[in-house]
Design a protein around this ligand. Structure first.
Ligand code: GDP
Ligand code: MG
Length: 331
C-alpha cells in the first residue's frame, strides 16, 4: 500500500470519475443520507427557556418564533394572571413537524422573575432546574440498562429578555447572566424594540454589548467554542449584531396587499419579519436555521460535560451500579 496515515481523497467520488481506475466509488458519502433518514425517524428534542421581567413579551415572542401558541402564558390566553410569590418554572412541550421532521419543543417559562420585592438569588430555582436536568441525564447514562435514546430535557438555550429602557442593564440582568452563563447557553435579546427609535435602538445595543463585555458575561455563541476559522468568522458577525432587538406579535396587518405579523405604532405598522424594521428574522434564522444543532452540541459537550465531570469527581469516580439497582443510581 502506498499511502501512509492521512486523508486520501478518493478520486472519482460521487461517480464523476476522472481519477484512477483502480480506486472506484466506495459510497462513504451516503452516510449523510443514512444519518438523515435516522434523524427523520427519531425526531429530536429542543428545549428553550425564557427569562426576564414580566410583561416584556416573552410568551408572545416564543409564540411568534414557532408560529403557534407554544407558550400558554401569552397575553391572549386569559389576560392578566397573578404574580407568583416566587419564581416558578413551567415547562410545556409540543411536537412540531415540518417537512417530515419532528421536533419535540419544550418551552420553559419562568413567571415571577424580577417581580419580587427582594430579587436576591431569584435565579436559584432556575439554576436548580437546569442542574436537575443534567442530573437526570447523567443518571440515565450511568445506568447499566441504558436506554437506547436518553430523553433530553436539558435546557439548550436560555433567551434572556432585556428591558428596552435605553439606559443600561439592570443589576438583576447582570447578576443573572453572570451566574447562569456558566451552566447554560444564554442569548440576550432586547425586548419590545418597537418602543425605541432606530437611533435609540442602535445606541442601546452598543451600550449593552459594552456592559456585557465589562462584566465578563459570556453569551452564546461563546468565542472559546468556535470550531475553526469559518465558524469564527460567521460567529463574529453574529456577536457584533447582538443582542438582537426583537418585536413579537400575534396580530396580522394588511401591508401592500399582504398579511403580515406586526404591531401598530405611531409611525405605522412595525413588521415583525421585516429585517428593516426589527431583528426578529435575524434571531429566528440564527436560533433555528443555523445554530439549533450547535446549541444542542455546546449544551452536551461543554455545559453537561462540566456538570458530569464535577459530579463524578465529587462522587470519588464512577462507581459501578449493581445490576439489581438499575432504576435508581447511587449518584
Ligand atoms: P411576558 O410576561 O414577558 O410573557 O409578556 P407577554 O408576552 O405576555 O406580553 C405582555 C404584553 O406586551 C402584551 O400586551 C403583549 O401584547 C405586549 N407585547 C408583546 N411583545 C411586544 C413587543 O414586541 N412590542 C410591544 N410594544 N408590545 C409587546
Ligand atoms: Mg409570559
Amino acid at each position: 500500500l502506498s499511502g501512509g496515515v492521512g486523508v486520501d481523497r478518493v478520486p472519482g467520488l460521487g461517480h464523476s470519475g476522472g481519477g484512477s481506475t483502480l480506486l472506484g466509488y466506495i459510497g462513504i458519502d451516503t452516510i449523510i443520507e443514512q444519518m438523515r433518514k435516522k434523524t427523520m425517524k427519531a425526531g429530536f428534542d429542543f428545549n428553550i427557556m425564557i427569562v426576564g421581567y414580566s410583561g416584556l413579551g416573552k410568551s408572545t415572542l416564543v409564540n411568534t418564533l414557532f408560529k403557534s401558541q407554544v407558550s400558554r402564558w401569552s397575553s391572549g390566553w386569559g389576560g392578566e394572571h397573578k404574580i407568583p410569590k416566587t419564581v416558578e418554572i413551567k415547562a410545556v412541550s409540543h411536537v412540531i413537524e415540518e417537512g417530515g421532521v419532528k421536533m419535540k419543543l419544550t418551552v420553559i417559562d419562568t413567571p415571577g422573575f424580577g417581580d419580587q420585592i427582594n430579587n436576591e438569588n431569584c435565579w436559584d430555582p432556575i439554576s436548580k432546574y437546569i442542574n436537575e436536568q443534567y442530573e437526570k441525564f447523567l443518571k440515565e447514562e450511568v445506568n447499566i440498562a441504558r436506554k437506547k435514546r436518553i430523553p433530553d430535557t436539558r435546557v439548550h438555550c436560555c433567551l434572556y429578555f432585556i428591558s428596552p429602557t435605553g439606559h443600561s442593564l439592570r443589576q438583576l440582568d447582570i447578576e443573572f447572566m453572570k451566574h447562569l452563563s456558566r451552566v447554560v447557553n444564554i442569548i440576550p435579546v432586547i425586548a419590545k424594540s418597537d418602543t425605541m427609535t432606530p437611533d435609540e435602538k442602535n445606541e442601546f445595543k452598543h451600550r449593552v454589548r459594552k456592559e456585557l463585555e465589562t462584566y465578563g458575561i459570556e453569551y452564546y455563541p461563546q468565542n472559546e467554542f468556535d470550531d475553526d476559522m469559518e465558524d469564527k468568522n460567521e460567529n463574529d458577525k453574529i456577536r457584533e449584531a447582538m443582542p438582537f432587538a426583537v418585536v413579537g406579535s400575534d396580530k396580522e396587518y394588511q401591508v401592500n396587499g399582504k398579511r403580515v405579523l406586526g404591531r401598530k405604532t405611531a409611525w405605522g405598522v412595525v413588521e415583525v419579519e421585516n429585517p428593516n424594521h426589527c431583528e426578529f428574522a435575524l434571531l429566528r434564522d440564527f436560533l433555528i436555521r443555523s445554530h439549533l444543532q450547535d446549541l444542542k452540541e455546546v449544551t452536551h459537550n461543554i455545559h453537561y460535560e462540566t456538570y458530569r465531570a464535577r459530579r463524578l469527581n465529587d462522587n470519588g469516580g464512577l462507581h459501578p451500579i449493581s445490576a439489581n439497582n438499575t432504576q435508581e443510581s447511587n449518584l
